[in-house]
Design a protein around this ligand. Structure first.
Ligand SMILES: Cc1cc2nc3c(=O)[nH]c(=O)nc-3n(C[C@H](O)[C@H](O)[C@H](O)COP(=O)(O)OP(=O)(O)OC[C@H]3O[C@@H](n4cnc5c(N)ncnc54)[C@H](O)[C@@H]3O)c2cc1C
Length: 428
């Protein structure tokens, strides 16, 4: 079955593949959300940008995801623990502000470049069990203490069931600042915005090697030409294998499934999800869903941390979907697909630089829509000379497992099984 996102952009913009040799101020490898958002950041600052993708703009996780833009910053606890040692109490403020920065960038960019990406607001973080409620309460208290009284509230079980036609969940956090959208349309919109500012885009152009000759520009090698650039940004996330000496052993691809039902009609949409919120639950391997612009349910979940393909996504997800919404029993599934997300062991997104000439941003552990925009902004400021924030990320300690990627993914999968078992036994 094919992907809803590509099917719902029938007249998408296509770009040529690279042919010949060219030069640029900055070359970006990978035109997902990280690459496209970075291209806008840099083009807005006046840099001459070349953006290359092995396949197409938005082909990777960006054009396959749940479309939820939330304040869930992967690795936040690990970051806080490390930053506290040097920044004290300021660390908590830094992390808190980071959480919401991506929302502002996306809202502003959609407005400025008039990007039609079916943008909506409203999100429910649902409690899978009563044991989640004390933590939910403290999260809401923290949000209120930091001035988010108008956008964050705690819902009781009954209040959740007024909004969702489901027997599941014991409560929820309602967040009206969080967004949901058509992620491929956003990515294409940002690529077109970057192009309008002078960026050049090439599709079907895999970069095979990045060379850093002393005293000369960085060289990107492709089958059909080369790009010489003063600086390079690697934005291939779980799909790239470049600069293995510096980057191998940190990021492990996980396979995530996603599917979309047949059109439900307005009444059924309203019945199952009264306020049209995006939703995910509190489990370690969670389900996530939302209603699309054309009135279908998009339902994802079932992360395969070993990174191997899921053979029948619809068959895997249907039981969870029907358990969530019994009213959708036997509903046809029109689209089902998988995508790769980059998992980092302690979940801290990888943002850093190699010799001041090659930058990388990757590994958002399934929470990349807001994070990609935040890191793109930090990359923009770093390349323009302000290194403070990128070095904060560069200096975070991360696990490095010196084994081939497949073996590392196997270890990550084993670890996740252990934590999932603990969760099922109520020992979280
Ligand atoms: C099924 C699924 C559901 C998800 N749901 C959500 C969600 O609801 N909310 C959320 O915040 N996050 C979600 N995520 C995570 C989110 O999609 C990613 O974190 C985000 O899209 C990463 O963007 P990216 O640009 O870094 O990588 P990608 O979108 O994966 O893009 C990488 C690009 O690099 C290109 N590339 C790779 N290697 C090369 C090379 N050598 N040369 C040229 N090009 C190359 C690829 O072709 C690809 O287009 C989900 C992920 C998946 C898979």
């Amino acid at each position: 079955m094919n992907n809803y996102y590509t099917a719902s952009v029938p007249n998408r913009r296509n770009w040529p593949s690279l042919s010949g040799d060219l030069s640029a101020d900055v070359a970006i490898v990978g035109a997902g959300m990280t690459g496209a958002a970075t291209a806008v950041e840099l083009a807005e600052r006046g840099y001459q940008v070349v953006l290359l993708d092995a396949k197409q703009v938005g082909w990777g996780a960006t054009g396959r995801n749940g479309g939820q833009v939330t304040g869930s910053l992967s690795g936040d606890n690990a970051m806080l623990k490390q930053l506290r040692k040097t920044q004290g109490d300021a660390a908590a403020d830094f992390i808190w502000n980071l959480r919401w920065r991506g929302h502002d960038i996306i809202n502003e960019r959609v407005k400025r470049y008039n990007i039609n990406c079916d943008l909506k607001t409203g999100h429910l973080f649902t409690a899978w069990s009563d044991a989640d409620l004390p933590e939910f309460e403290s999260m809401v208290n923290e949000a209120h203490r930091r001035g988010m009284q108008d956008s964050v509230s705690l819902l009781s079980k009954q209040e959740v069931h007024e909004r969702l036609d489901t027997p599941l969940y014991c409560g929820a956090i309602l967040n009206t600042k969080n967004l949901h959208l058509h992620s491929l349309k956003l990515c294409l919109g940002e690529a077109i915005a970057a192009e309008s500012l002078g960026a050049t885009i090439y599709e079907n152009t895999p970069v095979h090697d990045v060379q850093m000759p002393t005293g000369k520009p960085v060289q990107l090698i492709t089958d059909s030409g080369t790009v010489q650039a003063q600086q390079v940004v690697l934005a291939g996330n779980a799909y790239h294998r470049l600069m293995r000496r510096q980057l191998a052993g940190y990021l492990f691809p996980a396979t995530l499934g996603n599917m979309v039902t047949a059109k439900l009609g307005q009444d059924l949409c309203q019945q199952i999800n009264r306020d049209d919120n995006a939703v995910y639950d509190s489990r370690m391997v969670l389900d996530y869903f939302r209603i699309t612009q054309d009135g279908r349910l998009m339902f994802g979940g079932g992360t395969n941390y070993s990174g191997t393909e899921i053979s029948d996504v619809a068959a895997m997800l249907r039981p969870s979907m029907e358990k969530t919404f019994p009213a959708l029993k036997d509903i046809p599934i029109d689209f089902a697909w998988t995508g790769s997300a980059g998992i980092i062991i302690n979940r801290i997104p990888m943002l850093g630089r190699i010799q001041d000439r090659v930058y990388y941003a990757q590994g958002y552990s399934g929470h990349g829509m807001a994070t990609s925009h935040i890191l793109a902004e930090i990359l923009g400021t770093a390349i323009s000379g302000s290194l403070h924030e990128i070095d904060t990320f560069n200096d975070f300690w991360r696990w490095r497992i010196p084994v081939p990627t497949a073996a590392g993914s196997g270890l990550v999968a084993l670890g996740m099984k252990y934590f999932k078992l603990k969760e099922q036994l109520g020992q979280r």
